[in-house]
Design a protein around this ligand. Structure first.
Ligand code: ADP
Ligand code: MG
Length: 217
């Protein structure tokens, strides 16, 4: 391979910067918008839920500074489960914990190994929540992201950006859908015409991943 970033591995510091800094910062910036989206088709708490959760992630990762990628993801997932609440807390917590477990105890992982692990994490979210693509949930952003990671040449910078773009398109594509899972499904047809808050936050998290990879180049 000619791309010198292609073989670059991702260490615990990378994952701490992704979740504790970039994702947490993105959630702070977008909290009002996420809550506004959730006020249209939910109970107006998605932004504040994630804000509380990612503040805990930032603090927890700083205090404990886990030494492996897997341990970073597992700790962040545990903190989200205990602080976010709502439907999204256990779902995001499961995403990170299952991804972390799939990475094992390696001190560094390749982007391809991370892509595989994330695929397992997203599958666990789909299993826990029972949502399929098209149900107007976070799965509509997460699933295209892992598909894009699988398809792209494996280099952290470029494939993470492709995944972020796929997640963003997936989030936008939830607008015309009718919700079939979660609180928004209670609205039936009235959920049509609004972007799903969880798909929106998922796209933010993958964008933060791409930002972190690009900053590390
Ligand atoms: P709550 O709906 O309990 O208030 P949040 O507002 O924090 O929780 O999160 C709502 C988001 O959670 C939704 O926009 C959707 O993306 C996601 N969600 C809800 N239920 C499910 C589910 N069964 N599977 C996948 N995602 C879900
Ligand atoms: Mg809500």
């Amino acid at each position: 391979m000619t791309d010198e970033t292609a073989e670059r591995t991702l260490d615990a510091g990378f994952f701490r910067r992704w979740l504790g800094v970039a994702a947490a910062g993105a959630v702070e910036q977008a909290a009002d918008r996420l809550t506004e989206l959730d006020s249209a088709i939910g109970d107006a708490d998605h932004g504040s839920n994630l804000q509380r959760g990612f503040r805990a992630v930032t603090t927890g990762l700083e205090e404990e500074a886990p030494a492996s990628p897997g341990a970073v993801l597992i700790l962040a997932g545990r903190l989200l489960i205990s602080t976010v609440g709502g439907a999204s807390g256990p779902l995001y917590g499961t995403l990170l914990r299952r991804t972390g477990k799939a990475l094992g105890e390696a001190a560094e992982v390749t982007p391809a190994e991370f892509a595989e692990a994330l695929r397992a994490g997203v599958a666990a979210v789909a299993q826990l929540g029972g949502a399929a693509p098209g149900d107007k949930t976070m799965i509509d952003a997460l699933e295209p992201a892992v598909e894009a990671l699988g398809a792209a040449p494996v280099s952290a910078g470029t494939s993470f950006r492709a995944a972020a773009e796929a997640a963003e398109r997936g989030a936008v594509a939830t607008v015309p859908l009718q919700a079939r899972k979660g609180r928004a499904s209670y609205l039936g047809e009235r959920s049509i015409g609004h972007q799903d808050p969880g798909a929106t936050s998922s796209a933010l998290l993958i964008a933060a991943l791409a930002d972190t990879a690009e900053a590390a180049r």
